[in-house]
Design a protein around this ligand. Sequence first.
Ligand code: PBG
Length: 336
Amino acid sequence: MPFALSRFPAHRPRRLRSGPAIRALVRETRLAPEDLIQPLFVHDGDGPDEPIPSMPGMFRHNLSSLVDRAGQAWEAGVPAVALFPKVADERKTLDGSAAWDDAGIVPQAVRALKAALPDLLVITDIALDPYSSLGQDGVVVDGRIDNDLTIQALVQQAACQARAGADIVAPSDMMDGRVGAIRGVLDEAGFHDTLILAYSAKFASVFYGPFRDALDSAPRGGTDKRTYQMDPANGDEALHEVAQDLAEGADMVMVKPGMPYLDLVWRVKETFGRPTAVYQVSGEYAMFKAAAAKGWLEERPAVLEGLLGFKRAGADAILTYYATDAARWIREIDAR
Ligand code: PBG
């Protein structure tokens, strides 16, 4: 006998990995369709859907195909969609005032979605960039974003979206004090039940590149987004932002982007124990798509492993362009 008995390992973790049944029994985390939120793009023209080259499989939809696409997400078990508008250049202004036009594309889309799919949660984005001729999330005055003037605009945008029937408004602008201001204006207008999902820890990330192609919203001067979005080097500051937003009345908070910021998903959930979302952003989607197209990664298992990682890190909800596909893949696997 090559080993003395005392040299046998006391623990043999591999026993718990020896077959599918025992692995399923001790599995700690599960990814389900209802964890996922499908972001969708809608354009404000009459034309057909427009493919987004840097986001294969994603389109700027027209209104009717948006409703069809949202219906597919709902059918797959995805409980929520997040809407992002592509606004024609002639409707973009310095103050982004199309953002609170009740006849604008987002209110129209919300009304159409709620009429067709009343139980699907509709999340709308609060920020001025799709409507700003400079591609900025706020109002630029003398080369700087004026925080408090921007808040005056954002509360109008929030009220407009709530009037249209949005279930959840999601400020992604990173202005200071916007969550409290939005909560106040919504409450005064009688929208106590409209939820706020705050993009609390939103970083100045290069991974937003494909999204800015989709919206044609790349910054065109005015200022640098790093004057409002967070420095990717900062984790403690992210917790401070989350604490502020919760104190101001956020119902849910978010970390964005996703995979490079998993530490913060964990820290936010551990520290506050509140509903925590994570956004797997456009650049992350583009990386999966590119590697899959090259045959360098197997798309389904790679994507599902990545999404499971968000859940293991503590995320309650995951915004991902893969939401509908992933929901279908999960159900196919469960059906086996
Ligand atoms: C802007 C906004 C951005 C995204 C969501 N809302 C881009 C930005 O801040 O420039 C990015 C989402 C993605 O990359 O998937 N308010």
